[in-house]
Design a protein around this ligand. Structure first.
Ligand SMILES: [Ca+2]
Length: 260
């Protein structure tokens, strides 16, 4: 039993061939220092997402370049970002108005202040981006769900690709890089490092977007030990967490009513 060094892993894992499960892997051209070339250019390692798989006691690093991540995303659900926000479309008409954002936040247990601030900033911030070609802002600040991928900000994890599709390898990368205390959860400090690690230079709007989203998620989704679990984060990406939280809030209210 043993673990290969990262450099060895690159050499073993990135030159194509078969992985330990006998599946044929196709990898774009690789050179010996672990940096891959595509179309004659050298791409920085940060463009690649590494996924560790355990096999026979050996960790093999599978590196997936953007083209492979794209292919992976196509195979998965194509409307995950739309699903993520659909919970807030309270009347299912494809458009989210500020009062629906407010109602959605209240439904998952947020207070009136947070729900109000979220409704104002989210709708004012995203409405115009989801209405391409419209010269004048709609003062009701509607968010059109079909175009929600256009509102994706920078300095994020890359788990949604530019089309709003879920990229599993980028999701796994969060935990490989930052979940050191528990392999399937992030502590508050680890979450901060993750948020800072995503930042692109001078992308201040992206910094604010990422910080506020993840801090709100941590505030609402952490467990009693202060951990933001992998399954919670996974569920927020497809929006199923919101449905679950709303259900729990209703059940909690019913229980309080019965106990009185
Ligand atoms: Ca609506």
């Amino acid at each position: 039993m043993g673990f290969r060094s990262e450099k060895e892993s690159h050499l073993v894992g990135d030159n194509g061939g078969e992985d330990g499960d006998g599946r044929r892997r196709m990898v774009m051209g690789a050179n010996v220092d672990g940096r891959r070339r595509s179309g004659g250019g050298v791409l920085d390692d940060t463009y690649f997402c590494n996924q560790c798989i355990r096999n026979s006691g050996v960790i093999i690093k599978k590196s997936i370049n953007p083209l492979m991540a794209e292919a992976e995303a196509i195979e998965s659900d194509q409307n995950v970002l739309q699903k993520h926000v659909a919970f807030f479309d309270r009347n299912n008409d494809g458009v989210i108005y500020p009062w629906e954002t407010f109602q959605g936040f209240r439904a998952i247990g947020s207070g009136i202040l947070l729900s109000s601030v979220a409704a104002i900033f989210i709708n004012m911030g995203l409405s115009g981006k989801t209405r391409p070609g419209k010269k004048f802002p709609n003062l009701l600040f509607p968010i059109e769900i079909k175009n929600i991928h256009l509102a994706k900000h920078g300095s994020d994890s890359g788990v949604y690709d530019t089309h709003g599709r879920f990229v599993p390898s980028k999701f796994e990368e969060i935990f490989h890089k930052y979940a050191h205390t528990n392999s399937d959860a992030l502590t508050s400090d680890e979450l901060d490092k993750f948020i800072k690690g995503n930042r692109e230079p001078k992308d201040y709007a992206g910094w604010i977007g990422g910080l506020s989203e993840w801090k709100i998620l941590y505030f609402l989704g952490k467990d009693k030990d202060g951990l933001l679990k992998k399954e919670t984060i996974r569920a927020v990406y497809d929006g199923s967490l919101f449905e679950k939280m709303a259900e729990e809030k209703i059940n909690s209210s019913k229980k309080k009513h019965v106990d009185k």
